[in-house]
Design a protein around this ligand. Structure first.
Ligand SMILES: Nc1ncnc2c1ncn2[C@@H]1O[C@H](COP(=O)(O)OP(=O)(O)OP(=O)(O)O)[C@@H](O)[C@H]1O
Length: 231
């Protein structure tokens, strides 16, 4: 069994089924990208790992323990941490306080406050600024930094480049390359295929709540994969 194992998952919200019989696994230290059109169910899949959807069938296990039925912090304790779409930074806490929230997981590893500040030096400069004072790019760095502070085996990211200028997309790509090189795995939903190609080993394409296919990220633009991206 892989470190993160999504098996035959059917899930949604209320009475609505969004994901259908979906299976995906991510090993420790592996990097996987998820692409697909708006509404394909990508965020729903990530939220399911953290117990935030209604599961109708199948299951998700992290290090062998079911997480789809547990509160989100339990998944973080087990070694997957989340940088959500919209970033969810606490506006009245400082940058440093937001980062230190993840210490509650009590997971030891290389990602310390200093490690995160080295990855994103602007967060060191703004350590005492409240979350509400940050720019969009800084908020994204803080959300990623906070997730890293939990020292995950797999860092889960939902559209990290959403709303960011191209220069900041490059900064984030560089940072995620360093995260990957450190041995931390990455599961990332992202519209920028260039980022997926740069920082992941393989990709999957989602459509209508299912995985339509996938392959090696280096081959994403290859002719043989073109059909995966057709309507
Ligand atoms: N809280 C919710 N309650 C009910 N339906 C929801 C909820 N959140 C999302 N949905 C629906 O689930 C479907 C999949 O949405 P989801 O956000 O997972 O897609 P996505 O692939 O991440 O798209 P996007 O790129 O737009 O975020 C959509 O039809 C959406 O309207």
């Amino acid at each position: 069994m892989s470190f993160l194992e999504i098996s035959d998952l059917t899930a949604g919200y209320g009475k609505a089924t969004i994901l259908r019989n979906l299976s995906l696994s991510v090993d420790r230290g592996e990097s996987v990208g998820i692409v697909g059109r708006n509404g394909a169910g990508k965020s729903t899949l990530l939220l399911s790992i953290f117990g935030q959807t209604r599961v109708f069938g199948g299951e998700i296990r992290v290090a062998g323990t079911r997480t789809d039925t547990l509160p989100a912090y339990r998944a973080a304790h087990l070694g997957v941490s989340f940088s959500p779409q919209g970033r969810m930074v606490l506006p009245n806490l400082t940058v440093q306080e937001n980062l230190c929230m993840s210490l509650a997981t009590n997971r030891k590893g290389d990602w310390t406050l200093e490690g995160v500040f080295d990855l994103f030096p602007v967060l060191r400069e703004r350590a005492r600024a409240p979350g509400m004072a940050l720019s969009g790019g800084q908020l994204q760095m803080l959300a990623i930094g906070r997730a890293l502070m939990a020292n995950p085996e797999v860092l889960v990211l939902d559209e990290p480049t959403e709303g960011l200028a191209p220069v900041l997309v490059d900064v984030l790509t560089e940072a995620l390359l360093k995260v990957r090189a450190s041995g931390t795995g990455i599961l990332v939903v992202e519209q920028h295929h260039a980022l997926i190609r740069a920082v992941t080993d393989r990709f999957v394409v989602m459509a209508k709540g299912e995985i339509r296919g996938g392959g090696a990220s280096a081959d994403m633009a290859a002719e043989e994969n073109a059909h995966l991206f057709e309507l």
